[in-house]
Design a protein around this ligand. Sequence first.
Ligand code: PLP
Length: 393
Amino acid sequence: MDIPFSVEYLGLEEQEAVIRAMQAHALIGNGPICKAVEQQISAQFDCKHVLLTTSCTHALEMAMLSIGLGPGDEVILPSFTFVSTANCVVLRGATPVFAEIRADTLNLDPDDVRRRITPRTRAIVPVHYAGVGCDMDALRAICAEHKLLLIEDAAQGVDARYAGRYLGTIGDFGCYSFHGTKNIVCGEGGALLTNDDHLAAQARIIHEKGTNRAAFLLGLVDKYSWTAPGSSYVLSDVLAAILQVQLGKRETIRQKRAAIWQHYYAALAPLAAQGRITLPYVPPICETNYHIFHFHVGSAQIRQQVLGALNATGIRAVFHYVPLHTSPFGQAQGWNQSQLPITEHCSSTLLRLPLYPAMSAEQLAYVVEQTVALLERYAPAESIQPLAPRISA
Ligand SMILES: *Cc1c(COP(=O)(O)O)cnc(C)c1O
């Protein structure tokens, strides 16, 4: 059997939507379909302002441009994340400051965030790993106390909640991804969300190449002109047409993913009880969207053996992230001096299993059977290491 890691959940409805958009000559960006989808997201996830973008990467860049981030500024974020979380800071000439994650959720540890605040800190960027919310109450309290902005990298958090509120709508800005590997997809796409009118006005100008075209279309100004630096971050209406259909399927997508996630969890629980692995943790205040099913083994060496063997059976299991501070660029910048033992341990022992809505019962049974057998072989009982003690910065 050959089991891919992830497959988009697309049907005829999406194909028809693309054809309809093309027949209506709706191809350019930020057109009527984009406007409709922005309203749909605004209503579904309860957020005042939504701008569709070409990617989450670009939504993050827009957020940093909108707050006027610049040289000398510092932004606190996890090292255990995708490169875009840090690139948006680096591209503005500002400095990313990496904070530790919690070993249970792999999300920012608010206590460690506090230790890394300096007079130069401007913002905190929590990443909701696997669609499980960060400790937003603690992070909001820190931001309020130190007058910092909170910009959520909710690329993986679309359709997941924290204390009843949708991820991406809790901070000053939230950034969504509709990349083909995420839960709700249009190939390449994203969104910038905010409930703040002032930040939204800034973002609208940046979104439309530094012009007040958005205000012009609303009839608020009688001609549009260049008013600030900006770029082209608008999504094509053709892709928005796919997104419109996908957003309508979000319950189905989440339920199908949930069933697979829960099946994995139950099947691997006995191995966790034997101390061979640790299972993912979802705090009671969080409702996950089941974006990722991951678990940890006791060492990097065990991870390599299990992953290699899984791949050899045709199961495209994967790992991530190489912590950004240890990447070639991170090393060149000297960021590898950051003390992040939990990040390094967690990232070196993590494994992700295939998870996509159309996974068949047969495929699921095969992955479980192989994974259990390989873990029994390569991950000894009681091989889970207690985490290295926290080294304070
Ligand atoms: C996928 C992802 C991104 C980037 O999303 P794109 O839409 O591909 O730009 C950023 N951050 C995290 C945490 C992601 O998982």
